[in-house]
Design a binder for this molecule. Structure first.
Ligand SMILES: [Zn+2]
Length: 386
């Protein structure tokens, strides 16, 4: 039993990732769940799944190979890969094998692949000037690259000492109340002074503050689920920079204020960065819906017998048929899936679906195969008299 997972190495927040997964089953297998998930390991140790796509629901798969393509969306609000903050992402394809005689999972096999999530925040440079207690300060632009110099012009009176600290406040925040293991409160790092520049008895001139080459860029990310659930899982990361300015007057009075600064990265040059926004299908299924014939019989009160016939001119491989009952046109009953290694031309497959609920008037059949053909049909149940 093995899983092979293919996907690109990176994705941009706000786009999606195409995955192709090959599930190889050496023997007939009772399945509990199978699918692909994009996730990150949170700093507290919990996992945060950003998106997930199902391949197999509860059911039975014949031995053989099942190739499936799925798309994983990447939230626009995702905290991107941040190596310094140890934020990394991976795609996990998993197959959860069911217990033979009972409900639930017996064991799971997985295949994982790291992926880089990118999200670029842009900061336009702006001049800053301010006047405070008869003194004036200005900088030409508040967005600089690592290694650049910030030139702070000043005009003061009656000052004994002017001190400027370049400060970085950078942290990660995580709140995972939904896990049994409640998120440990992540210890906040205090703001860090990277550079200090002083001038004694200043009157008029400028101070040069060099941004260290190793300075982390500015960002502010905050992820929360799009659907408001009963628990609010959040995950954030920020890196804020500012000049912390202290003026000590000859009288002993001290005046403090801050000027926010953005440390920006040189623009990304990699071609094709935004081409991924509309991901293309990799598998090119092109069967016509009418070439897959579906019929149903209600043999007993709680049992549907569904026949699916291959009316195409080709043998279909790695076929799955998923059946879900529809109640009152709206509610779905527990799905069931059957996997068939090969379905030759003209042959049919029989699937027994147990109606665990009353008033199921129709059902939905979803067909999928290794070529990427996906056919979905809604069929009404006509009860047959015994
Ligand atoms: Zn947490």
């Amino acid at each position: 039993m093995s899983i092979e997972l293919r996907a690109r190495d990176f994705a941009v927040a706000g786009s999606s990732i195409r995955t192709v997964t090959k599930f190889d089953l050496a023997e007939d297998t009772k399945v509990w769940w199978g699918g692909v998930t994009l996730l990150t390991n949170l700093p507290c140790g919990n996992e945060l799944p950003l998106s997930s796509s199902e391949v197999f629901c509860e059911g039975f798969l014949e031995s053989g190979t099942y190739v499936r393509e799925r798309e994983l969306s990447v939230s626009r609000r995702a905290v991107p890969t941040l190596i310094r903050k140890n934020v990394h992402y991976l795609i996990r394809a998993s197959l959860s094998v069911g217990k033979l005689d009972r409900y639930g999972e017996a064991f799971k096999i997985v295949s994982e692949k790291p992926i880089k999530i990118r999200s670029e925040q842009r900061f336009e440079p702006n001049p800053v000037s301010l006047t405070i207690k008869g003194m004036s300060f200005n900088i030409e632009k508040d967005a600089v690259q690592p290694g650049e110099v910030i030139k702070l012009n000043y005009k003061t009176e009656g000052l004994k000492l002017l001190t400027v600290d370049l400060v970085n406040d950078s942290n990660i925040s995580c709140s995972c109340p939904k896990y049994a293991k409640v998120c440990v409160h992540i210890k906040k790092n205090p703001p860090e002074i990277l550079t200090t520049v002083e001038e004694k008895n200043p009157t008029r001139g400028y101070l040069s503050i060099r941004v260290p080459q190793y300075a982390e860029h500015s960002y502010n990310y905050f992820w929360e689920p799009t659907e408001r659930t009963q628990w609010s899982q959040t995950f954030g990361a920020y890196s804020h920079w500012y000049l912390d300015i202290t003026c000590i007057k000859v009288t002993g009075e001290s005046i403090k204020f801050q000027i926010p600064i953005n440390i920006v990265l040189p623009p990304m040059e990699e071609a094709g960065l935004f081409e991924e926004a509309k991901a293309q299908n990799i598998l090119k299924g092109k069967l016509l819906p009418q070439s897959i014939e579906v019929s149903v019989e209600q043999k007993e009160k709680e049992k549907l017998v569904i026949h699916v016939t291959n009316n195409t001119k080709q043998e279909l491989k790695g076929v799955t048929i998923k059946v879900v009952g529809i109640k009152e046109e709206l509610f779905e009953t527990a799905p069931y899936m059957l996997g068939i290694k090969r379905l030759p031309t003209g042959k049919e497959v029989e699937l027994n679906y147990e109606l665990r609920e009353k008033n199921v008037q129709s059902f939905q059949m979803s067909f999928e195969d290794n070529e990427g053909n996906v056919i979905t049909k809604r069929i009404k149940i006509k009860p047959t008299k015994n």
